[in-house]
Design a protein. Structure first.
Length: 346
C-alpha cells in the first residue's frame, strides 16, 4: 500500500480540534431546561471530564465520549492515541474503565478502508492494555477521518474526584510533560526530528491509569486531565470551579526538552492563539515561552492533581513508587480568589 499520511487529510489534529473554551461556552448556553435527576452526581455544569451516575449501591457509573482527527500519520498509532485519550477521562475521575465502543468517521472515497481497520486494531491494543473490551461502535462516511471512543467506567462514590473540589492551600501536580501539541504541529509540517518523534508517540499512547489509584487517596482533593484547552485552560476550570485562584511557578512546570527548537520558529498549533483569546483576561504574567507551552493543546495529556499540603511527602513518595519521580514536586498552589484566576510566578 502506498504510504499515506493521515494528518494531510484533516484540518486539525488530536485535541487541538476542540472548539475554543469561550465558543463552547456559548454553544452550551441554553434556556431549555432538561430533567433534574438526583442520581446524576456530575453533569456538564462543572465542565468535568465525564458524567457520573449514582447506581444506588455506593458505586457510580462514569460515562464519557472523546474523538478527534488524526494527530499522527500512522493509522495504528492514531487508534492507540485516540483510545488512550478517551479512556483518560475515566481515570481523571478516579475510576476504573469497564467497556468501550468506537466512534469512527472515514472518507471512504479518499482513504483505503484497510487504514480504518488499522485504526481499530490500534484502539483494541490500548483497550487490552487497560483491560477493557472494545465492544462495538458506530461509523459514518465523513469528509475527514476521525476516531475516538465512548467509555464507561465504575467508581466507589467515596473515591470520586472532580475538577471543582480543590481547597485553598492545596498543592498542584501534573503527571506528564507539556508540549505534545507543538510536536504534533512539527510532525504535520514535516519537521519533527526523530528523537522528538519517539518522545511524542510514547507520551501520546501512555495510559493515565495512575488515576484509578489516585482516586483511592483521600487527600487528593481534585483531579482532571490536560487536553485541548491546554494547561492554563484546564487549571482555570479547576480554580473557577472551586471559586478560587491559583499561583504557578513556571520554572517547575515539566516541559518536553527541546521544545524551543519549534517555538523559536513559530511552529505552534493555531489553537494556542484560540485558547489564549478565550482566557487571556484571567491570566497574569504570561511570558514569551510560557505563552506557547501553557496554551498548547495537549492530547492525552497528564493528570492535574491537587492535594492537601499536609500530605505532601506521602504523595510524593507515592509518585516515586509509581515511577513518576520527575513529577514528584508541586508546580503551584491553590489560593484565595484574586483579580486574576491564574498568576505565573518565577
Amino acid at each position: 500500500m502506498q504510504e499515506i499520511k493521515l494528518t494531510q487529510f484533516s484540518h486539525g489534529s488530536g485535541c487541538g480540534c476542540k472548539i475554543a473554551p469561550d465558543v463552547l461556552e456559548k454553544i452550551l448556553k441554553s434556556d431549555v431546561k432538561g430533567i433534574t435527576d438526583v442520581k446524576l452526581l456530575v453533569g456538564n455544569n462543572t465542565k468535568d471530564d465525564a458524567a457520573v451516575y449514582d447506581l444506588g449501591n455506593g458505586t457510580a457509573l462514569i460515562s464519557t465520549v472523546d474523538f478527534f482527527m488524526p494527530i499522527v500519520d500512522d493509522a495504528f498509532d492514531f487508534g492507540r492515541i485516540a483510545a488512550a485519550n478517551a479512556i483518560s477521562d475515566v481515570y481523571a475521575m478516579g475510576g476504573k474503565p469497564l467497556l468501550a465502543t468506537a466512534v469512527l468517521g472515514w472518507p471512504v472515497d479518499k482513504l483505503p478502508v484497510e487504514l480504518a481497520q488499522k485504526v481499530i486494531e490500534g484502539a483494541k491494543t490500548v483497550c487490552a492494555e487497560a483491560e477493557i473490551t472494545l465492544a462495538g461502535g458506530h461509523s459514518i462516511d465523513s469528509l475527514e477521518p476521525m476516531f475516538g471512543l465512548s467509555v464507561n467506567g465504575i467508581i466507589e462514590i467515596k473515591n470520586l474526584k472532580k475538577n471543582s473540589s480543590a481547597k485553598k492551600g492545596d498543592l498542584i501536580y501534573i503527571t506528564k510533560k507539556i508540549g505534545v501539541g507543538i510536536l504534533a504541529t512539527a510532525l504535520k509540517r514535516g519537521v519533527l526530528n526523530e528523537v522528538h518523534k519517539t518522545v511524542f508517540i510514547d507520551q501520546l499512547t501512555q495510559l493515565n491509569s495512575i488515576g484509578e489509584e489516585l482516586g483511592t487517596l483521600p487527600y487528593v482533593t481534585a483531579m482532571t486531565d490536560i487536553t485541548g484547552f491546554g494547561f492554563l485552560g484546564h487549571l482555570i476550570e479547576m480554580a473557577e470551579g472551586a471559586g478560587l485562584s491559583a499561583e504557578i511557578k513556571y520554572s517547575d512546570v515539566p516541559v518536553i526538552e527541546g521544545i524551543q527548537e519549534y517555538t523559536n520558529k513559530m511552529i505552534v498549533p493555531d489553537n494556542v492563539y484560540r485558547n489564549w483569546n478565550s482566557y487571556k483576561e484571567k491570566v497574569k504574567n504570561i511570558g514569551a515561552e510560557s505563552f506557547f507551552t501553557l496554551c498548547d493543546p495537549q492530547t492525552n495529556g497528564g493528570l492535574m492533581v491537587t492535594i492537601s499540603p499536609d500530605h505532601q511527602k506521602e504523595f510524593e513518595n507515592f509518585l516515586m513508587k509509581n515511577k513518576l519521580n520527575g513529577f514528584a514536586k508541586p508546580i503551584g498552589k491553590i489560593v484565595e480568589k484574586a483579580a486574576f484566576c491564574i498568576e505565573l510566578k518565577d
